[in-house]
Design a binder for this molecule. Structure first.
Ligand SMILES: [Zn+2]
Length: 73
């Protein structure tokens, strides 16, 4: 699954939104069709997703510190 910039002018797929889509969700056949949405709807979607899914810390803090120290040298 991949979100990419719209190459062709498409209308935003969200109901009640008349903006032109800036992004599209490329699912390579996972959805019936590719979903296109504008910047505003992307942000609204992100906020909603953020309520359900809290991003996990990828690395433990001590590992990040280690990497920073390496970059200082
Ligand atoms: Zn929209």
């Amino acid at each position: 699954m991949q979100i990419e910039k719209c190459k062709h002018p498409t209308k935003c797929d969200f109901v009640g939104c008349s903006n032109l889509a800036d992004y599209q969700l490329s699912t390579k056949g996972l959805l019936k069709r590719e979903l296109a949405f504008c910047e505003k709807c992307l942000r609204e979607m992100y906020v909603e997703i953020g309520k359900l899914q809290v991003p996990k810390a990828v690395e433990a803090p001590f590992k990040i510190k280690k990497r920073l120290r390496k970059e200082e040298r």
